[in-house]
Design a protein around this ligand. Sequence first.
Ligand SMILES: [Zn+2]
Ligand SMILES: [Zn+2]
Length: 429
Amino acid sequence: MSELPPCPDVALMRDLSETRRRFHRTPELSWTEYQTTARLCEELESLGFAVEWGQRLYARAPGNPPDPETDARAWQRAEQALGADNRYLAAMQSNRTGLVATLDGSGPGRVFGFRFDIDALPISESDAAAHVPAAEGFASAYPGIMHACGHDGHLTIGLGLARRLAASRGRWNGRVHLFFQPAEEVAGGGAVFAELPQLAEVQLFTTLHLGILDRYRIVFDATWIAARIYDVVYRGLASHAGNAPQAGRNALLAACQAVQGLYALPRHSAGMSRVNVGRFRSDNAHNVIADEVHFRYEVRGGDDAICDFMAEAAERVLEGAARMNGVEWQRSVFAEFSSCPNSRALAERIAGLAQGLGLPQALLQDSFQVSASEDAGYLIRRVREQGGEATHLILGSPVGGGHHSPTFDFDEQLLGWGVLLFERLVTEG
Ligand SMILES: [Zn+2]
Ligand SMILES: [Zn+2]
């Protein structure tokens, strides 16, 4: 197994490690990245970037915001940390988080876009001595919230790239947009950021995820599977389960039959597919024919067409179970992840740059399909539809505990390589 060589720029590594640890301590959930956004805005403006944040980025409201209590707690924490009169915070009311930072080089050239997700997860971070953030004193300061997917690392790469590009501004051409995107974990931010006017002019778009793999590998053409997540409600008619079961219409029975049917969906030969029901709820008394059930399910597919196939088959199952029991049903989209193929030419170009940086050939991997979903697919699709090139990289490595676990941690050397690779993409035009 190839090991990752240490990043040759020791001063860069020191800065990146300090930045990552600072952001790791103050994780914020999807759509509540108030403090994170404000801190990023402040530094990026001081570097000379033109920064847009808050209401101006939102043509429409976030589709799946957190519950009001969670949101209020995050807002209070941000006010305490930054001061209630913080100039960035004021424009972020009602979950308008994230930002776009733009810098022009010394002359005309191509328009680059880089996307970094910034949200954390509702997980309590481990305090075990073997967990590096706990042992070295930079574990989450916020109970029940943790950067357990590495997005603190992603935003650190974005900030590190910004510092380098600002310092070398006279030596590169074109324009760079850095998209610090909120709410990746709930699949909401990608769809909103895909509509931004800044993205509409991007010709070369790149994003990345660190970790993911069980070995050190830099993947230049990483694809993710599409997913659709739905909320369902079945509504029947309540009646006494002993006296008059014939008078009821059993929503619970219908929903149970629907769940069985979902797991028995036919599959598609063209690629992978998945189905899962992760939440199911019916609060009726034992002696009542249940009249209301709520559940949430997801289908996934290796590409959008397979995902559509699964979603349509699921709809027939839900409809059939409802009709068998004479109950009404409705479904609404909770979240969606699109899957879009990358541009081969851009992936190959970045692979060449990685070789030029001195990364060993054995570490470089052409492509990989991740059995999970990523809402950067919306941005990649948008850039490709407008004639630009786009690709998703993985700075692959084993991670502590696995993604979304209380002991998640990653090798900070990945941060340095990420910055150097992205910087070279811009400086080589
Ligand atoms: Zn994640
Ligand atoms: Zn992630």
